[in-house]
Write a protein of this length. Sequence first.
Length: 325
Amino acid sequence: MQAWQVHEIGEPGEVMRLAEVARPAPGDGQVLLKVRAANINFPDALMCRGHYQVRPPLPFTPGLEICGETEDGRRVIANPVLPYGGFAEYAVADAAALRDAPDALDDAEAAALHIGYQTGWFGLHRRAGLEAGETLLVHAAAGGVGSAAVQLGKAAGATVIGVVGGAAKAAVARELGCDVVIDRREQDVIAAVKDVTGGRGADVIYDPVGGQAYAQSAKVVAFEGRIVIVGFASGTIPSPALNHALVKNYSVLGLHWGLYNTKNPELVRHCHEQLTDLAARGAVKPLVSERVPLAGAAEAVQRVADGVTTGRVAVLPVPQNGAAA
């Protein structure tokens, strides 16, 4: 089969190599899946760079979430077991962790419903307790992680403020359903949030960026607000001033979705049921901005790493929906 492999650490566009390799052999409790679509996540780039918390042995195939097909034809979504990731024609996954792909979504959309939306659901509902009528602020609202949080926030009945960088991403955020869009390149984020909330601030802030975005969050979080930390795409890990949290009565909540797979897998299953229902009702629909053939995976991962994409970019090893492999 064909698979992308990383033999050395570096930038995705430089270290990913497409090769002809043997199909992976599933171990006990695992299944071999034909990859129908693989979604690109920022951690794929971090793994190539050697900066992710999980460091698979070299060589490895990136690709953390897929829509795949079992040998008996069942259409599923899964997290491949590294080093046999999803940017390949076949991948390996734990049988117990397979989830049925929602009928309401195509392969690329189904692949994108998993990590980003599970992270959003756990962050907004399990950790932050977002309630209808509250104000949710989402940093990087046009990106893969942020776009999921925007849709989930709207589905929960929140007023959603999206922060983006650039006019093109602002247009995407509006299409996603943001009630207010703030272009950080053209506007003062802190002043704009205070203006649209009457000085009160946001009840829940969803931050996959870190760095300056977190500093802004601490200044616009409402009384008894909750800041949910889900990543550091900026490359800068902030150091929260806990005295400031005490003075303003707000919470800083960490979220590592992957832990739930081992600590509370039943809750992951429940989350998938909730997301499937939302997809069936049309309340959420992953924004897949691009569908690229397998040969284009390395270049696509690099663009995600560079922050120039919107929504999700999916890799299609098998031609479908007019896309050529």
